[in-house]
Ligand binder design. Structure first.
Ligand code: G3P
Length: 217
């Protein structure tokens, strides 16, 4: 399973990239707004830190302007993935770009039928939002299960990129279902390391070790 960081914060991207576990980055207009910086500068900087795909989201709602925005992003770096919303214009843009070999991430997916259209439009990634479905009382992970099953049935090459992740349980369940990628905030990435028994076990190992008076080095 690939792990992408869902962030436009350069400092945290740089810090977590040192772990060597970060396979890519996703951004969205809200994360760019939170960064307080120019979108083109932020995307270019992230692409210089991360060697994997970096999703840059268009903000136009019509196909023609989406294409213009996509071309701006594509001029920034080789590892830019164009992120488009799951609308009719977004899918038209996805098809036009993917036909030219451009990597496209179709975002704001909330149903299996939307995911079928994204795959048919040649998307490299589909981004179903699990947390936002949970927020309205549905089980977001059911959507991941459905999309993985459908994509497997037809051997679609589109990768299932689980987004709107709210905790480690979303990552683990997505991995069990067979999703290709999770995109997660820095906080959730750090939580992947945690287990109280690891902390307690290490504490007691170190205390017993101290009693021996030995040193390995
Ligand atoms: O980047 C898309 C997605 O991960 C947003 O998540 O937490 O705003 O629902 P969230």
């Amino acid at each position: 399973m690939k792990i992408f960081l869902d962030s436009a914060d350069i400092d945290e991207i740089r810090e977590l990239n040192k772990t060597n576990f970060i396979d890519g980055v996703t951004t969205n207009p809200s994360l760019i707004a939170k960064s307080g910086r120019n979108i083109l500068e932020v995307i270019e900087e992230i692409c210089s830190i991360i060697s994997g795909p970096v999703s840059a989201e268009v903000t136009a709602t019509d196909h023609k302007t989406m294409m213009l925005e996509a071309n701006k992003f594509l001029n920034l770096a080789k590892n830019v993935t164009i992120k488009v919303p799951l609308t009719s214009d977004g899918l038209q843009t996805c098809k036009a770009l993917s036909d030219k070999g451009v990597s496209v991430n179709v975002t704001l997916c909330f149903s299996p039928s939307q995911a079928i259209l994204a795959a048919k439009a040649g998307a490299s990634f589909i981004s179903p939002f699990v947390g936002r479905l949970d927020d309205i009382g549905q089980n977001g992970l059911d959507l991941i299960y459905d999309i993985v099953e459908i994509y497997n049935n037809y051997n679609f090459k589109t990768e299932v990129l689980v987004a709107s992740v709210r905790g480690v349980h979303h990552i683990v369940e997505s991995a069990k279902i067979g999703a290709n990628v999770v995109t997660i905030p820095a906080k959730t990435f750090k939580e992947m390391y945690n287990h109280p028994l690891t902390d307690n076990g290490l504490k007691s190992f170190l205390s017993d070790w101290k009693e021996t008076g030995q040193s390995i080095l």
